[in-house]
Design a protein around this ligand. Structure first.
Ligand SMILES: Nc1ncnc2c1ncn2[C@@H]1O[C@H](COP(=O)(O)OP(=O)(O)OP(=O)(O)O)[C@@H](O)[C@H]1O
Ligand SMILES: [Mg+2]
Length: 237
C-alpha cells in the first residue's frame, strides 16, 4: 500500500508538472517577445555588418524556435492525431537525435546493426519526450560523444543511451527516478538543472511499458541509460 501511495504521489506530481509547464510557457512568452523585438531592431541597425549578422540571425531564429516550443507546451499535452501516427522506432530516434544536433556541438552516433526487427510504434508524446530527456542529459553531460544503440528482435527491444561524460555520481545513484535529484559532485554541478528530467523520462517511458535502468557505459565509460521492452508490449502501446 505504501508503494502504491508513492506511485500515486509521483503520478500526481507529473500532472502538476504539466500544469506548471503551461504556466511557465505562459509567463515566458512576454520576455520572449521583448527579445524578438530587440533582435529585430538590432538586425535593422547592424544586421548588414558581417561581424554581427550571423549572430543576429541565430538570435532571431532561436527566439522563433522558443516561441514554437512554448506554444506546444501551453497546449493540451497530447494531440489527437498523435494516436493515429506510427513511426519506426529507429526513425524516431534519428528524429530526436537530429533535433539535438541542431543545437549542440557534440557528436551523436546511432548504432543499429542489431536492430533486426525495428518495431513500428505509435507516435506517442510520452515515448518521444521520455527518450528526449535521456538523450538530452547525455548530450548535456557528455564530453564530446553520445552513442545510442538500438537492438531488437521479436522478443525484446532495447535502447541504450550512452555518453562519455563523468557518469552518474555515487551520491545520487540510489535516487535515480525520484523527483528533484541533485548531486553534490562538482563534475556535474555546473550543468545540473531542476533534477526533474530523469523522473519525468522514467515515468513517461514506464507508462509506455518500458523498463528503465541506469548504469555505466562499458565502452565509452560515461553514463548509460537502458530502456527495455518486451517487443509485443511496445507494439501495443
Ligand atoms: N548522462 C548523465 N551523466 C552524468 N550524470 C547525469 C546524467 N544524466 C543525469 N545525471 C545526473 O542526474 C541528475 C538528475 O538528472 P535530471 O535529468 O533528472 O536533472 P537535470 O538534468 O539536473 O535537470 P533537468 O530538470 O533540467 O533535467 C543530474 O543533475 C546529474 O547529476
Ligand atoms: Mg536533465
Amino acid at each position: 500500500l505504501y508503494k502504491l501511495e508513492l506511485v500515486l504521489a509521483k503520478e500526481h506530481e507529473l500532472k502538476t508538472i504539466g500544469v506548471l509547464a503551461a504556466a511557465a510557457a505562459h509567463s515566458l512568452s512576454t520576455p520572449l517577445s521583448t527579445i524578438k523585438v530587440v533582435a529585430k531592431e538590432l538586425e535593422k541597425e547592424i544586421g548588414n555588418q558581417p561581424k554581427y549578422s550571423k549572430d543576429i540571425n541565430l538570435l532571431l531564429s532561436e527566439s522563433i524556435r522558443c516561441g514554437e516550443i512554448l506554444k506546444k507546451l501551453s497546449m493540451a499535452p497530447i494531440k489527437k492525431d498523435d494516436f493515429f501516427e506510427t513511426v519506426k522506432l529507429e526513425n524516431l530516434l534519428i528524429e530526436i537525435t537530429n533535433s539535438f544536433k541542431e543545437i549542440s556541438n557534440k557528436n551523436f552516433l546511432i548504432k543499429s546493426e542489431n536492430n533486426k526487427f525495428d518495431p513500428t510504434v505509435q507516435r506517442k508524446a510520452e515515448l518521444t519526450y521520455g527518450l528526449r530527456n535521456f538523450i538530452g542529459n547525455a548530450s548535456k553531460f557528455s564530453k564530446s560523444l553520445v552513442e545510442i544503440k538500438i537492438e531488437s528482435d521479436k522478443e525484446a527491444t532495447l535502447i541504450k543511451v550512452c555518453d562519455d561524460g563523468p557518469g552518474f555520481s555515487e551520491d545520487i545513484k540510489n535516487f535515480l527516478g525520484e523527483p528533484y535529484i541533485h548531486s553534490k559532485n562538482p563534475a556535474v554541478n555546473s550543468k545540473a538543472g531542476l533534477g526533474l528530467g530523469i523522473f519525468i523520462g522514467k515515468t513517461l517511458l514506464e507508462r509506455m511499458k518500458a523498463n528503465v535502468n541506469f548504469g555505466r557505459s562499458p565502452n565509452i565509460k560515461g553514463a548509460m541509460v537502458t530502456i527495455e521492452w518486451e517487443t509485443k508490449n511496445l507494439l501495443s502501446i
